[in-house]
Design a protein around this ligand. Structure first.
Ligand SMILES: [Zn+2]
Length: 539
């Protein structure tokens, strides 16, 4: 049996100290439910004594019955010269009615003397009284020894004394914190080895990432005997963040032989990370270990050809184990194997025993030389493969468009687009307005197409990015426009390159619509035409 590690999530408390992170009480509830589905053991919901939002979260959470998580209320030890039962902060902890509370106390002389400005003895008494009182109230008590490692480096005997006091008071778990994130893995290992003989209860680690070592320090602590890891999803947190629980879980469970959650639930790791990004409204990091979009993306032709023979050649674990997926990217670095892999994925047949894939690679190289980038535009890539192999039928043809922008002294600028397209023998001219020229063009194109292809209505724009390329020739600089679109089923990206931003945007827009139609009309096209023309005949 592999050793069970307790996962303690503090995304909702320490995570919200991160610069861009803000959660409403309702957001926190959604995240807590997600953590519950994943099988996290403890979730620190907030500091009820410090703000009304956290207090509200705990009252909302009372109505929910969680499967795996124990909700934790967080707070400090009693104030100096106060009795715990009269302390406002401790009253707020108890008022949440949660069974588990976490209290932090000072292990570092510097903090006791200079920050709290209390005597060293009073600081120890604050720890002991608080823990003992909360135990009397029937709570499970997790004691966070704030700045434990820094404190131990300054005065080992005193740091240890605070810890022993918490244990004597009845703490169920003591957590050694590297609050400033400045310790090295070998220091963590040495200090744990030194204090471990004095620990009479299970211990945990709470690390910050100021040296980029929070993950390493947490893993080293587990190897040294810690049975609880505190951290946040995606490593959100103050300054450089907390320990990221995502790779903690991946490494402990897939590499180091510990048990964090059920194997089935581990497959939700990617979803968990993205869900929390989404609620935090922070774009997910593509390079995030285990769960990032690029974590199992292969670009070089040699790599792609190797992983087709055996994925282990360039993958440290099977992406499916953490709910991620393998991606093969196509660019001018690609060889035939990337194209062949990609075409299979897109369900496009290539012919000529390598003849088609060679022609596609040549075309891509030529276009990337002009500034296109297909690894980030899989929608445009699919169209390109279909076009080169003669498997693409244009759903419409542009006859012309015109865009005007008007700006006067007062008021915002307005844009208008007029567009003429043909579908079969039919011509359509439409005009539309928009916030800007590209928006006006997009509106006009949709308006023109919608009567031929009603499914256009389902698609929408997600993102629009413009980048200047060819920085060297400022006068003739090209721009690359990348558009992300979506419908109910998927998100796809397309690309356009030109010296003219409107032209580049147009290319990307057209690719986006054509991609949608090529997916939608697979086999359905004739039928649509029939209805259309029979309607016309009737009219
Ligand atoms: Zn912290």
């Amino acid at each position: 049996m592999s050793k069970q590690i307790m996962l303690y999530d503090t995304t909702l408390r320490d995570g919200t100290q991160g610069e861009q992170v803000n959660f409403s009480a309702e957001d926190k509830l959604r995240i807590a439910q997600k953590l519950d589905e994943f099988g996290i053991h403890y979730v620190e919901g907030g500091w009820p004594g410090s703000n009304p939002k956290d207090a509200r979260f705990f009252s909302l959470a009372k109505k929910i019955s969680f499967q795996t998580i124990r909700l934790v209320a967080f707070g400090s030890t009693r104030w100096p010269q106060t009795r715990p039962e009269n302390d406002k902060n401790i009253k707020a902890l108890l008022k949440t009615e949660v069974k588990t509370v976490a209290v932090f106390g000072k292990s570092w002389e510097l903090h006791a003397l200079q920050v709290l400005r209390v005597s060293l003895d009073e600081n120890v008494a604050m720890v002991g009284d608080t823990v003992a009182y909360l135990k009397e109230q029937g709570r499970e008590v997790i004691y966070d020894a704030e700045h434990f490692f820094d404190g131990y480096k300054q005065n080992p005997a005193y740091a240890l004394k605070t810890l022993k006091t918490a244990m004597n008071g009845g703490a169920d778990v003591v957590v050694l914190c590297d609050t400033n994130g400045g310790s090295m893995p070998d220091e963590i290992q040495r200090i744990i080895r030194e204090v471990k003989p004095d620990l009479t209860v299970p211990f945990g680690i709470h690390a910050h990432n100021d040296c980029g070592l929070a993950l390493s320090n947490s893993l080293v602590a587990v190897r040294s005997g810690a049975s609880m890891v505190q951290g946040t999803i995606n490593g959100y947190g103050e300054r450089c963040g907390n320990t990221d629980l995502i790779p903690v879980i991946g490494n402990l469970q897939l590499k180091m032989g510990y048990q964090c959650t059920a194997e089935e639930r581990l497959k939700q790791l990617t979803e968990l990370s993205r869900f929390v990004s989404e609620v935090a409204n922070i774009p997910p990091l593509n390079q995030r270990p285990f769960v990032g979009r690029s974590a199992f993306a292969h670009k070089g032709g040699v790599h792609v050809s190797a992983i087709q023979k055996n994925p282990a050649a360039y993958e440290h674990v099977n992406p499916a184990e953490v709910g991620n997926r393998r991606r093969v990217l196509v660019s001018d670095l690609s060889g035939k194997s990337n194209i062949e892999y990609k075409s299979r994925e897109m369900d496009i047949k290539l012919g000529g025993n390598g003849y088609d894939s060679r022609r596609i690679v040549d075309k891509i190289k030529q276009l990337e030389d002009q500034g296109y980038e297909f690894d980030a535009a899989e929608g445009s890539l699919e169209l390109l493969i279909k076009k080169v192999t003669g498997q693409f039928e244009e759903p419409f043809t542009l006859e012309s468009f015109r865009v005007t922008i008007e700006k006067n002294r007062i008021g915002p600028s307005t844009s208008q687009a007029t567009i003429k397209i043909s579908v079969g023998d039919d011509n359509e001219i439409t005009a539309a307005e928009g916030y800007g020229p590209v928006n006006a063009l997009d509106n006009a194109l949709r308006k023109a197409l919608i009567k031929f292809y009603p499914c256009i209505e389902e698609m929408g724009l997600v993102d629009f990015k413009v980048r200047v390329i060819d920085g060297s020739e400022a006068t003739a600089a090209k721009v690359r426009v990348q558009i992300e679109s979506r419908d109910a089923r998927e998100i796809w990206s397309t690309i356009g390159v030109s010296e003219n931003i409107i032209e580049a945007s147009w290319q990307a827009l057209v690719d986006s619509v054509q991609y949608k139609l090529s997916r939608e009309l697979k086999g359905g096209r004739e039928m649509l035409y029939d209805t259309l023309f029979s309607d016309k005949r009737r009219g």
